[in-house]
Ligand binder design. Structure first.
Ligand code: ATR
Length: 271
């Protein structure tokens, strides 16, 4: 059977092996999927050893998504836009890098949360690697407008400038200048790692807004509680995680698994 892995540091808490095991069982794919801890100075060596041992591809997580981008001989358009790679396929003639995070986020919002992004006002909070990785896919879903706000506004401006040619009105602003009444709020900052509530004021929420944090588990709880307290629909990043994994499986093997039952199982395991 073919072997895949998630490579990161740390990686021991990754839920990806459980997700891919369920996808493989469901689709009848003969594959194994393991966690691979790479030393901070040994990402490339870890990948080369894995590929030499027969590995067919891998997912890449913190802090190696930029290194993975650099190592890919060929990159998909969406990987190029975000400047980061979360999925590598070890093709015979070189490694191809993709980024499935944005499609995962959009599929979770549209299919699992049931919100069609076309025509909506979207607020993306953060301008680091997580935000950069998803902006192109958000644009492709044709919302009315996307505003990127960040503590360091220069980074929001740079991110917007790099995507300005794609045809959806984009704006950059400080956290304090975030526009009011947004339909979809996406927290792509690492503030939830510190258990903080929200980096933006509740006036950004339109009535019935969807408020999504890319984190899941206890780290997301502060933001989710804040969102619910202000009348928004809270959503964590578990659906995005499952959907990006489904996109990765498709990229590797051309097979599309059903995500809903897997998300349901993951949700019940998370408690
Ligand atoms: P990641 O890969 O998770 O995106 P990153 O590239 O380090 O990590 O980006 C972290 C994001 O969280 C940035 O948008 C950062 O804001 P700055 O660009 O101003 O640093 C944001 N962030 C981290 N801590 C924050 C805080 N306490 N308040 C507001 N934003 C914060």
């Amino acid at each position: 059977s073919d072997s895949y892995a998630v490579v990161g540091n740390p990686v021991e808490h990754s839920r990806s092996p459980a997700i891919h095991a369920m996808f493989a069982a469901q689709t009848g794919q003969q594959l194994t999927y393991e966690r691979l801890l790479a030393p901070l100075d040994g990402f490339e060596a870890t990948l080369r050893a894995f590929a030499a041992a027969g590995g067919k591809g891998c997912n890449v997580t913190v802090p190696f998504k930029f290194d993975a981008f650099a190592l890919a001989a060929v990159r998909t358009e969406r990987a190029r836009l975000g400047g980061a790679v979360n999925t590598l396929r070890f093709d015979a003639d070189g490694w191809t890098g993709d980024n499935t995070d944005g499609a995962g986020l959009v599929n979770d919002i549209q299919r699992n949360a049931g919100r069609t992004l076309a025509g909506l006002q979207v607020l993306l909070v953060g301008a680091g690697g997580a935000a950069a990785g998803v902006l192109g896919s958000l644009i492709a879903a044709a919302p009315a407008r996307i505003t990127v706000v960040n503590r360091t506004v220069d980074k929001a401006q740079a991110l917007v400038a790099g995507h300005a040619h794609l045809g959806v009105p984009l704006h950059a602003a400080t956290l304090a200048d975030a526009p009011a009444e947004q339909d979809i709020l996406i927290n792509a900052t690492s503030t939830s790692l510190a258990g903080a509530a929200s980096p933006v004021d509740a006036r950004v929420l339109a009535r019935g807004a969807l408020a999504l944090d890319m984190m899941y588990g206890p780290k997301a709880q502060g933001f989710l509680d804040w969102a619910a307290a202000h009348g928004a629909e809270p959503r964590d990043g578990l659906g995005m995680l499952v959907e990006q994994a489904a996109e990765a499986l498709f990229f590797w093997r051309g097979v599309r698994p059903e995500t809903a039952p897997v998300l349901k199982t993951m949700r019940s395991e998370l408690g």
